[in-house]
Write a protein that binds this ligand. Structure first.
Ligand code: PHE
Length: 395
């Protein structure tokens, strides 16, 4: 474990520069701050929470959007006087989109920084690396966006504020069957990603359950940039749709190569496509594709629209679903902290577990007995350089 190569640590009170080289964070006052200062602050009446995210690397937009959302939640709660009369501070660690670094960050947040709650990760594989550490230390962890079922199965301290992939796979299979009238589907999955493997499996089962046929199933590995062999095999199987449950970087490239090879089938994805980079990476090739997501900026709910306006004002871009879920995860955590009898792990865990009808910007959050949120999904269409809301599918 090379802790020294890890981190960028910083508080969200101050601008957080994403330098590729490790550097000490800065405290709320802007003074140099190692982890010891974090502990000092906690002692001085600040409640410290931790955030672990992919701020750099292959899934960088996931971490950046999530951090922005969390930062907004933090500022809002502190403007209201904080939690239990104390200010809340968040220490952010960049895991460079790598599971080992994500696990190390949790160890450091708990053992050195004394964080009371962990927010993160987005990619399920990273959350799966983190969860056993949080569970063993009895420090609650809330994943904003990891959808693989195994994440919360790690134990009773692990929560999420989003739906899970058995539902998401059902949504896309139903959409392909009923809306697109697809009879034959191909699946192209990333066999290094727990998310991709799980979602491919559910889609396959559900699509068959709807009477469809899976005519090709191909694999690639995260980091691959040449998908032509798989796409050629898929093309010869003549599918109506190709389900690509990977992340945006892969989806963009896959779309381009598919079109170059003359594969014209409609491309479908899951929430992992959600990134402003999708348009740039996929260009015209990704146009007309569909993916399932946690929220749509077209949702007229006043709470969602206020978040959208505030976020745009602050960050200059529209919030994607990661920003919304990051905000919601933090707010659920703060509300639970306020309710909990103290900020010990078990007390906080009980309060989070009791979350019911929480009014989030990405929908109402009720946590079930397995610590997962039960929520509807939306289906979006890539339409030019915009996302078009198509439909909402409820559990
Ligand atoms: N659900 C994905 C996973 O579990 C992460 C993700 C969520 C990506 C939302 C984009 C948007 O790996």
């Amino acid at each position: 474990m090379r802790l020294s190569t890890l981190f960028l640590a910083c508080f969200a009170f101050v601008a957080c520069e994403q330098k590729p080289t490790p550097q000490p964070g800065t405290g709320p006052s802007g003074s140099p701050d190692g982890s010891a200062a974090g502990a000092r602050e906690a002692a001085a009446g600040t409640i410290l929470i931790g955030e672990v995210g992919s701020l750099t690397g292959a899934q960088a937009t996931f971490g950046i959007s999530t951090r922005n959302g969390i930062e907004m939640a933090l500022d809002e709660v502190n403007a209201r006087g904080g939690v239990k009369g104390k200010k809340v501070a968040v220490r952010v660690y960049d895991n460079q989109s790598k599971p080992e670094e994500a696990a190390n960050a949790v160890t450091r947040l708990i053992a050195q920084d004394g964080a009371k709650l962990i927010l993160g990760e987005v990619a399920s594989t990273n959350s799966l690396a983190m969860a056993p550490k949080a569970q063993a230390a009895k420090v609650p962890m809330i994943s904003p966006a990891s959808t693989n079922p195994k994440v919360t199965q790690v134990g009773d301290f692990i929560f999420r504020v989003c739906f899970i992939d058995p539902f998401q796979g059902f949504v896309m299979a139903k959409f392909a069957t009923e809306h697109l009238k697809a009879k034959k589907a191909a699946v192209l999955r990333d066999n290094k990603s727990d998310y991709s493997i799980g979602l491919a499996q559910v889609f396959t089962e559900k699509f068959k359950g709807f009477g469809g046929q899976i005519v090709a199933a191909e694999d690639y590995a995260q980091g691959d940039t040449d998908f032509r062999a798989q796409l050629t095999a898929i093309k010869s199987a003549k599918p109506d749709v190709v389900f690509v449950p990977g992340y945006y970087t892969d989806a963009g490239l896959i779309a381009r190569q598919a079109r170059q090879l003359g594969l014209a089938a409609t491309l479908l994805g899951g929430d992992g496509w959600e990134s402003e980079k999708l348009f740039e990476l996929g260009g015209k090739a990704i146009d007309g594709s569909y993916y399932s997501n946690h929220y749509s900026v077209d949702n007229p709910a006043p709470k969602t629209q206020k978040f959208l306006t505030d976020y745009k004002k602050r960050f200059g871009v529209e919030p994607d679903s990661l920003a919304a879920l990051g905000y919601d995860a933090a707010m659920v955590g703060f509300a639970a902290m306020e309710q909990a009898k103290d900020t010990s792990g078990p007390a906080l865990r009980d309060a989070i577990a009791a979350t019911k009808d929480f009014d989030g910007v990405a929908g109402k959050i009720t946590l079930d007995a397995n610590r997962n949120a039960i929520k509807p999904a939306v289906v979006l269409k890539v339409n030019g350089s915009k996302l078009q809301y198509i439909t909402t599918i409820a559990p």
